[in-house]
Design a binder for this molecule. Structure first.
Ligand code: AMP
Ligand code: GLY
Length: 427
């Protein structure tokens, strides 16, 4: 079968690589892809932007593509599934309505409340006086979120009431996140350890991926502004067997069932961002309607089953009875970013050392491009080097050996990826 991956980041490189490893796959097209997908076996980049659904449909017809997988959230929220359905093409993705689980925080909160899915208590409002009254009544710390998509930046964890009121004022005025902030969700501050739990669903049945955790702040020790993710590892030790059973019973199954009951069945990758408390209570922080980035890199590195076959079964509503297997070994992924990211940064620098062949590592590309046969930086997050081994210590060592082999001007990476997992092991 031939497959198309839409997107150009590290997650999409990992998806393309995992899809290509399936024996049933002849070719993987990536639109638009990056330098990593350009050089991957069975893979071909096609210069079509993520937002150009017509060109993607035309490509699928021309190249006889059997299945399309979507990386980022924007095309999902903008109805790519409907466009492919209308053309009679198979696209493993949630509908525009189902993607509201990520596209609208107000929708997600209302949905969770209706189905008794554990999440922070909240108020949805577009009126400043209501927002202020709620903040003063609840007290801080408190969390203020823009309702719509804001590229992962629409969340303010406020330590004081004043800070929360400033955030609410800026969001509601439209100054801070435009239309995405005209409605806000104000919610209870949750305490615990965050983890990511990603499953695939055909709308009814569910197949869980290995658990994972990411590191959002840009600097060591969790300091500095939040990024899309500076590294991730799998499995998440905080998700033991009991916690996993709770996540499935209290979050995943009620969500898939509820979406089906509401007439908007969720088909695709469902990502639950979770807060797990000391006494193992589970609360949903957010839903994403796609695979995580950089979670995809370590999680898919551990995947032993054929991803294309599973996605094909899911898009045909035949996931029940399928199974999924992961390598027992731990995987740690370290993101190498452009200096200055997530604020201003420069691109266009040559990357050296990519040809290292260290065992037990894999370098997934994100913001890279080929110029004159050389690989150059072209984005904020440039690479994610995954290392895998029997335990987290060794996996992390392998990942950092890979990182040390690579160099480009101004590069920045965290040196403590996986520290929570390692601390947990040592206790
Ligand atoms: P989100 O975009 O909803 O994932 O939020 C970004 C980050 O803000 C999360 O990964 C958490 O670290 C933090 N966050 C969001 N909501 C809460 C909450 N209710 N309590 C504590 N932290 C939160
Ligand atoms: N790593 C977080 C995300 O993909 O949203």
């Amino acid at each position: 079968m031939n497959v198309l991956v839409v997107g150009s980041g590290g997650r999409e490189h990992a998806l393309a690589w995992a899809l290509a490893r399936d024996d049933v796959v002849n070719r993987v097209f990536v639109a638009p892809g990056n330098a990593g997908t350009a050089n991957e076996s069975k893979c071909t980049n096609v210069a079509i932007p993520v937002s150009d659904f017509d060109a993607q449909v035309e490509l699928c017809k021309r190249e006889r593509i059997d299945l399309t997988i979507i990386g980022p959230e924007d095309p999902l929220v903008n109805g790519i599934r409907e466009r492919f359905d209308a053309a009679g093409l198979k696209c493993f993705a949630p509908s525009r309505k189902a993607a509201q689980l990520e596209g609208s925080k107000a929708f997600a909160k209302d949905f969770m409340q209706r189905y008794g899915i554990p999440t922070a208590s909240h108020l949805t409002t577009s009126h400043l006086d209501e927002a202020v009254a709620y903040i003063e009544e609840q007290g801080s710390p408190i969390v203020v979120k823009a309702n719509g998509l804001a590229a992962g930046k629409g969340v303010v964890v406020a330590q004081t009431n004043a800070e929360a009121i400033v955030a609410a004022t800026e969001m509601l005025s439209g100054d801070r996140f435009g239309e995405a902030g005209r409605e806000i969700v104000i919610e209870e501050f949750l305490v615990g350890e965050e983890a990511s739990y990603i499953v695939m669903s055909d709308g009814e049945a569910v197949l869980p991926f290995a658990s994972s955790q990411d590191h959002k702040p840009v600097f060591d020790g969790g300091r500095g502004p939040n990024t899309g993710g500076m590294g991730a590892y799998s499995p998440a030790p905080v998700i033991d067997e009991d916690v996993e059973a709770k996540i499935l019973d209290e979050v995943i199954h009620p969500t898939i069932n509820g979406m089906s009951v509401d007439g908007t069945p969720f088909q695709g990758f469902l990502y639950a961002g979770l807060m797990i408390s000391k006494n193992k209570d589970v609360h949903v922080v957010e839903f994403n309607c796609r695979f995580g980035d950089p979670e995809a890199q370590p999680v898919l590195y551990r995947l032993r089953s054929g991803l294309s076959s599973l996605c094909f079964a899911a898009v045909n509503g035949q996931l029940r009875g399928e199974s999924i297997e992961f390598d027992e070994r731990a995987a740690v992924g370290v993101v190498v970013a452009s200096g200055g990211y997530p604020e201003q940064y420069e691109t266009g620098y040559k990357i050296s050392g990519l040809d290292h062949n260290l065992a037990g590592t894999k370098t997934f590309h994100a913001g890279t491009q080929i110029h004159d046969d050389e690989v150059h930086t072209s984005g904020g997050r440039v690479l994610c080097v995954v290392g895998s081994d029997a335990d987290f210590m060794q996996a992390r060592q392998r990942a950092y050996e890979g990182v040390e082999a690579i160099d480009f001007k101004g590069q920045h990476f965290r040196t403590d990826i996986g520290y929570r997992a390692i601390e947990r092991l040592q206790n």
